[in-house]
Design a binder for this molecule. Structure first.
Ligand SMILES: Cc1cc2nc3c(=O)[nH]c(=O)nc-3n(C[C@H](O)[C@H](O)[C@H](O)COP(=O)(O)OP(=O)(O)OC[C@H]3O[C@@H](n4cnc5c(N)ncnc54)[C@H](O)[C@@H]3O)c2cc1C
Length: 408
């Protein structure tokens, strides 16, 4: 017999406890929202795999990634966020209440923040899993270049990331050997990067190759390449290897529900809003230019703040705007527009005269346009006439007689 799942209610559920999710939790916790953060693996996310983070502001002594993310966890907990170690298996965002399903639980939330990050694409060559991260295979030149000063490194790939990151590595390493799967002179990167790389004296290229295996006692010391044309193995001695063959977002469970790029990155606007009202995405999981801890934290702050605003606006909308006891008049205006401000006394006068019979509400979209969007119109000013808790009419020509006639 199928087990009944335990149902729990929260204001906000955050999926993923990396830097972005935990920052969102800090903002939601501080806004006194009942906040749950779900993590399937390591609290701290991808940053915990980094031995040294040199570029996160405020930490000049290059701490380990987990030293920073442990502090984020402490801060989020202190502000009331609840952490649970469990994997989200599916989500249902069809109703007003959003559902997040794990093996044992159904979590119901007013708002959900997707912060599931991503994972580097790997080659799937032999022994690869034995050398991932601190054992010789890295995925981030920005992070690990300095540790390769005067060393020999292998770079896998020839796309923009591989060649540009490879060039960056030449500032530190004594030699950067690039494995390219194409014929000599052919690369997947842009022409400018290609020309610069071919001229760089510290860069060497091994054409027509893919990785066959990774070898070494404890730590990687040889990348065995396979020459696809000659069908020969080419062992390349090195200190470390960097794989730049793409990045995979952790978005499988959101497919068909949330709008994404063809590569599976979630599309958001600058408020971290997705295509679904009340569902936000932040950090590496979203389509963006620079995927780093500093930018994940920035996204998380916006997502947490946006979730708080969304919940507050929904409550105002339900409790104030759409009251069913009397018909209502909602004046939606932008306070920075003088002409729109000038209509306020007229609305106030109507309220003074007819306030016993009808509700009169003013919504300033300069502060937030969420309620205006719920009313269904984002060109201002206008008056929404509400009857039986529903928008009955939107009036653009704002005149006292017209409003009173419509609201009766
Ligand atoms: C090796 C390496 C070194 C790096 N070094 C640096 C550096 O020096 N400086 C820097 O600024 N950046 C660095 N980065 C990049 C940085 O780590 C990321 O940009 C940052 O961690 C992104 O944070 P995030 O919260 O968006 O995602 P993540 O850190 O990826 O966190 C997402 C979390 O969501 C969880 N999750 C996913 N799916 C589910 C699910 N279904 N249910 C529950 N939980 C789920 C994951 O387990 C993960 O913990 C490095 C990256 C790598 C790979």
């Amino acid at each position: 017999m199928a087990r009944e799942k335990k149902v729990e209610h929260y204001d906000v559920v955050i999926i993923g406890a990396g830097a972005s999710g935990m920052t969102a939790a800090i903002y939601c916790g501080r806004a006194r929202l009942k906040t749950l953060i779900l993590e399937k693996a390591l609290v701290g996310g991808l940053a915990t795999y980094t031995n040294e983070i040199e570029n996160y502001p405020g930490f000049p002594n290059s701490p380990k990634g987990e030293d920073i993310t442990d502090l984020m966890k402490e801060q989020a907990k202190k502000l009331g966020a609840i952490f649970k170690g469990t994997e989200v298996q599916s989500v249902d965002f069809t109703g007003e209440e959003k559902k997040v399903e794990t093996f044992r639980n159904t979590f119901i939330a007013k708002s959900v923040i997707l912060a599931t990050g991503g994972r580097p694409r790997t080659t799937n060559a032999k022994n690869e899993e034995n050398y991932l991260f601190d054992k010789g295979i890295s995925f981030c030149a920005t992070c690990d270049a300095a540790a390769n000063t005067d060393k020999t490194v292998v770079v896998i790939g020839s796309g923009d990331a591989a060649i540009e990151e490879g060039m960056f590595l030449t500032r530190f390493a004594k030699k950067v050997i690039v494995s390219v799967m194409h014929d000599e002179g052919k690369m997947d990167c842009n022409e400018i990067a290609k020309e610069a790389a071919l001229k760089n004296p510290k860069m060497e290229f091994v054409w027509n190759t893919v990785v066959d295996s990774f070898e070494g006692e404890g730590h990687l010391d040889t990348v065995v390449l396979k020459d696809l044309k000659k069908n020969e193995l080419v062992p390349v001695k090195c200190d470390n290897c960097f794989e730049f063959i793409g990045y995979l977002p952790n978005t499988e469970i959101f497919k068909g529900i949330i709008d994404m790029t063809k590569n599976g990155y979630i599309l958001t606007n600058e408020k971290m809003e997705t295509n679904i009202d009340g569902v936000f995405a932040c950090g590496d999981v979203r389509e963006k230019w620079l995927k780093q801890v500093a930018t994940a934290v920035g996204d998380g702050a916006i997502a947490g703040f946006a979730a708080e605003k969304f919940i507050a606006e929904t409550e105002i909308f339900e409790d104030t705007v759409m009251k069913k006891d009397k018909n209502g008049v909602i004046y939606v205006y932008n306070a920075i527009e003088q002409a729109q401000r000038e209509l306020l006394p007229m609305i106030e006068e109507l309220n003074a005269k007819h306030g016993d019979e009808f509700h009169f509400t003013k919504i300033d979209v300069y502060k937030s346009d969420g309620i205006a969007r719920k009313l269904g119109k984002t060109v201002y000013p206008y008056v929404a006439i509400v009857k039986n808790g529903k928008v009955a009419e939107l009036i653009d020509t704002i005149e006292a007689d017209k409003i009173m006639e419509a609201v009766k």
